[in-house]
Design a protein around this ligand. Structure first.
Ligand SMILES: [Zn+2]
Length: 200
């Protein structure tokens, strides 16, 4: 590349490829953003895209897999998580902010399985297999982490998770947010409450 700007391009205002929907960190709305300059590429392919919020006019940068920066990362991080659980939970949050909704539900299922093992379910069964998702849910219910009252949520996660496995286009933002909010609540029960009890 002869010049540092050779692989950059400026879109015209009427170019439909110049626009994408993102969550704006500043005006907190799902809003249209205009790609001010982008590497000659399709959306989602590796590279860098600089964006401008059409509502508040502030700027963002999209670095391929790292998502939008600054980003509206939803939900918070509970206290008392081990490093593995914390990084998995942060991956859920990153998936949500990057609109990777199917991936976020799959990560939530993984966390639920993690929590079942944390609550005493053997990581391998007698056949040396990892427990199934249903076995994990049953165990969390037997231990009282999942109560009768929130079993409905769990069935929903089961259904959404299955949809995610078998039908890639089916998870929307509301479903993914519901699952993540519920998972956050379970993280509170399994990790945060014992941590707070031990540290107060
Ligand atoms: Zn904005």
């Amino acid at each position: 590349m002869a010049n540092v700007s050779d692989d950059l391009m400026m879109h015209k205002d009427n170019d439909p490829n110049a626009f994408g929907m993102f969550e704006c960190f500043f005006c907190a709305a799902s809003t249209q953003m205009f790609a001010v300059r982008m590497v000659d590429q399709d959306w989602g392919s590796p590279g860098v895209v600089w964006l401008r919020c059409m509502s508040c006019r502030r700027g963002f940068v999209l670095n391929d897999l790292y998502g939008l920066a600054p980003s509206t990362t939803p939900l918070d991080v509970p206290q008392g998580l081990d490093a593995d659980t914390e990084s998995t939970w942060n991956e859920v949050r990153s998936c949500l902010s990057a609109r990777a909704f199917t991936a976020s539900v799959m990560m939530c299922r993984k966390l639920l399985m993690h929590m079942a093992v944390e609550e005493g379910l053997p990581a391998k069964n007698e056949k040396d297999f990892a427990p199934t998702f249903v076995q994990c849910i049953d165990h969390l219910q037997a231990e009282g982490v999942i109560t009768k009252r929130n079993r409905k949520w769990v069935d929903r996660i089961k259904d959404i998770g299955n949809e995610a496995n078998h039908d890639l286009a089916s998870i929307d933002k509301d479903q993914a947010t519901t699952v993540a909010t519920f998972t956050r609540q379970l993280l509170h029960e399994v990790y945060e409450l014992p941590f707070l009890e031990a540290n107060t």
